[in-house]
Design a protein around this ligand. Sequence first.
Ligand SMILES: Nc1ncnc2c1ncn2[C@@H]1O[C@H](COP(=O)(O)OP(=O)(O)OP(=O)(O)O)[C@@H](O)[C@H]1O
Ligand SMILES: [Mg+2]
Length: 497
Amino acid sequence: MRFKQDFFEQLDGFYSQVYPQPISNPHWLGWSEDAAQLIGLSQPNDELLMQLSANHAAPGASYYAQVYSGHQFGGYTPRLGDGRSIILGEAIGPHDAWDVALKGGGPTPYSRMGDGRAVMRSAVREFLVSEALAALNVPTTRALAVIGSDLPVWRESQETAAITVRLAKSHIRFGHFEYFSYTQQGDKTQLTQLVDFTIQQHFPHLTTDKAGYVQWFNEVVAATAKMIAHWQSVGFAHGVMNTDNMSIIGDSFDFGPFSFLDTFKEDFICNHSDHEGRYAFGQQPGIGFWNLQRLAQALTPLIDSDDLINALNQYQRHLVDQYLQLMGQKMGLPSFEYNQQQVDKKHLDAAQAEQQKQDLALIGEFTTMLEKNQLDYTNSLRQFGQLDPTSTQSSLRDDMQDTVKYDEWFAAYQLRVGKLADINQWQQARNAVNPKYILRNYLAQEAIIAIEEQGDNTKLEQLYQLLRQPFAEQPDMQDFAKRPPDWGQGLIMSCSS
Ligand SMILES: Nc1ncnc2c1ncn2[C@@H]1O[C@H](COP(=O)(O)OP(=O)(O)OP(=O)(O)O)[C@@H](O)[C@H]1O
Ligand SMILES: [Mg+2]
């Protein structure tokens, strides 16, 4: 790893330098070949294991924990910060630089009551989902590796500690801006410094002046909407959309009790502690907006309210455009022209707006049918993409209890689809965007249990390899595409991690 230290060198006062604490008997549990390439690594080796388990110092690393705050479940916590994630610096890759962080690397000045550690099950889940989302083309932080140990940690019972080696183009969160806006009221120096740094590093096509700030916030709104549209389209529930878990570049970030939908359920709650369903699957688009409003509030010292409001007002349009683009591809809505050019246009004409409304309704009726018939979201879409859109018979129809309703819907769908030139091609295009394999909670759980009980990471490795190619048939792996067994249906994860 070759590091640069832009955050560390340019943002003094935005972090505490702190060295990670080693974990004992470190061993590789998981290694992502794809993530490794991003920072110019190929194979894991013993020295790297010692460095990433904090047993040896990594040459060129700075080791720091960032300070931030955030709205958690709607309430403001004035100071959070990296309580268990220690950043080594920005590793220089062939295309981008990636922060390398040891999540679970030991206590920091921001640990509050926590031990600075992560338990194996949560580290494994974060590793797998980071790489699975990336393979689904969802914007996300990455995971280079997960490292097991025999260091005991206490949660509800005794468990062992592990470290996820996270790669992130940025660790800057909405909560960073909240922290520097509210702790330094009346003095914009640090807030300005942070915005300028963010723009220079991650939005280099923009200027660091008033006009640039406005454009930047517009792009943050669009990136956030895009990320959430991706989540809704693949059926991903994040579970803890606090503003300290929202990345400023719109990457999915901090994976705790997340879950992919098995059976489609709009109000699915994956977080055991989320009693009111604040972060339920169907609430995510609205929460994204709420979080952007909190960010906007923190930026009022630098950007005029009218400009912030104008940008916020574009959120829904970005979200709908992106969602329709993704779902349109998944469902094969033809001449789907919600391309980037159109997304960038400020206004749609009346005919386009009407078409959007109808398409949204068509997609919504489809997911409602899935929900009513308790069908699996991922598998139903995969199945749908293999049917013959010119024929009224299909295996998906056979799965519906109410075929009258389905036929009615399908007739409307056929009308929208029109004539197809090549059915084979149509089906191939659907298979390229409707995954066959997703990280179902029960699959992650099986991999975790094998490690817990036998110290065997074969299942984890197998799952990682499977999810690298979620759209490929992988004939030997068909069982992994099945709906969960009874014990694994709607598995809800504990928040302790
Ligand atoms: N075991 C722990 N020890 C110390 N601090 C912790 C621990 N678990 C969580 N925290 C801190 O509590 C706050 C909220 O936790 P949250 O679960 O959102 O983040 P996280 O999973 O620890 O890390 P990240 O957001 O970097 O992925 C953060 O400040 C986090 O660092
Ligand atoms: Mg967090």
